[in-house]
Design a protein around this ligand. Structure first.
Ligand code: ADP
Ligand code: MG
Length: 394
């Protein structure tokens, strides 16, 4: 059992400044925030910190500016939305390094510009962490989605505070509570549903899941790669060529779980302008160069539904198809319903997976929606998360 120091254990002296590391890596269209969930989810911790008399210095990354200032990745739109959501003024510092926080009064909020405008953030640089250390007296981390990265604000920075002045916020504590339910599995069958675009980056967690779960159901681009590795001609479908060997290895290996692959797929001649769609193109026939697989087919949906129906524990990462297009959303939406309707503990993690579950209308029937895709996968696979390790009790 992993226990971290939590807010109720944290001593906050009157007027103390809290460095609050959040994950405000919100989806943007230009400067418009298309989904503010990540901001909304921090409001409870913010309220507690303010009630306890803290001034809060809020810090986040946004996108991948690669260590350089880039207006495209400014947190300015987040500042506006945060002010709306809290009904409070949100002060602003144009640079996280060297921001003046000395004047902050109890209850005041200050958002600092994107941490990743400094190369030191992703390098876990000690000097950059020391700069950030000057901003506050207390450290609170709620950026679960970034906890699998040893970055300066996640790893080096909290080490510069006295242990008793560091804690995880409500969001982080909640993530750990639910994800540990999945790893301390007592509920079986445990069915994992995996999809998304690629296998690369999900290999280790996938192998770990193969040893934890009873069934691993594969969809999305990930299924294409497995099928290609099995020798099925995948035509023009997205196949993660660099992962064919791993896919083969997983299929040939001895694991606890059975790997289940689609029996049919929805194929079309084009993603953006499909003129010909075959909704139930069976896998055993293989696919021509004009055919691209964008979703799982109805037979596969029924097969996976039956597996999920009996599950007592379900973990889902990665959409079953290109659900962003209505023509290719059926498989993902059917899985969202099946996961919601299962009499099971259900956990969904991953940026697009969460988006899909919300679009399906079944989000409130999922036990736990994880804010961190990569982080939840790594945690479940048993990898220590730097941002969590540093906050562990004892
Ligand atoms: P998550 O963010 O939930 O971890 P990923 O980022 O791995 O998921 O993958 C999500 C993306 O995978 C979606 O945007 C979806 O359009 C894409 N995808 C799923 N299936 C396919 C497919 N068959 N071909 C191409 N892209 C796919
Ligand atoms: Mg994603």
């Amino acid at each position: 059992m992993i226990r971290i120091r939590t807010l109720d254990q944290l001593h906050i002296a009157p007027g103390a400044r809290v460095f609050y590391r959040v994950d405000y890596n919100v989806p943007l269209e230009g400067t418009r925030i298309t989904d503010a969930t990540r901001i909304e989810e921090t409001l409870a911790t913010l309220r507690i910190l303010r009630e306890r008399g803290a001034a809060v210095v809020i810090a986040s990354h946004l996108g991948r500016p690669k260590g350089e200032r880039n207006a495209k990745y400014s947190l300015a739109p987040v500042r506006e939305r945060l002010a709306e959501l809290t009904g409070l003024p949100v002060q602003w510092a144009d640079d996280c390094a060297g921001a003046d926080t000395s004047h902050l009064q109890p209850g005041e909020l200050l958002l600092v510009e994107n941490l990743r405008f400094h190369a030191g953030e992703e390098k876990n640089d000690a000097a950059f962490a020391a700069e950030l250390r000057k901003l506050a007296d207390v450290y609170v981390n709620d950026a679960f989605g970034a906890c699998h990265r040893a970055h300066a604000s996640i790893d080096a920075l909290p080490r510069l505070f006295p242990k008793e002045s560091t804690a995880g916020g409500l969001l982080l504590a909640r993530e750990l509570e639910f994800l540990q339910k999945v790893t301390n599995i007592s509920e079986r069958p445990f069915v994992a549903l995996m999809g998304g675009a690629k296998i690369a980056g999900k290999i280790e967690p996938l192998e770990a899941l193969m040893n934890l779960a009873d069934k691993v159901l594969i969809g999305g681009g990930m299924a294409n790669t497995f099928l290609a590795a099995r020798g099925v001609p995948m035509g023009g479908s997205l196949v993660d060529k660099d992962s064919l060997d791993v896919a083969q290895r997983i299929m040939e290996g001895h694991f606890r779980a059975n790997l289940v692959l689609p029996e049919d797929l929805v194929v079309a001649d084009s993603l953006d302008n499909p003129t010909e769609i075959d909704e139930e193109a069976v896998v055993s026939d293989g696919y021509t160069d004009e055919e691209k697989a964008f979703d799982i087919g109805p037979r596969t949906v029924r097969l996976y539904e039956a597996e999920l129906k009996d599950a007592k524990l379900i973990f889902w990462n990665g959409p079953m198809g290109v659900f962003e297009k209505v023509q290719f959303a059926k498989g993902t939406m059917a899985m969202a319903r099946a996961v919601a309707e299962a009499d099971a503990i259900t956990v969904v993690g991953g940026g697009e997976s969460v988006e899909a579950v919300k679009a399906s209308g079944f989000a409130d029937r999922i036990t736990h929606i994880s804010t961190g895709g990569g982080a939840s996968l790594e945690f479940i696979s048993g990898a220590p998360l730097p941002g969590v390790e540093v906050l562990r009790e004892g």
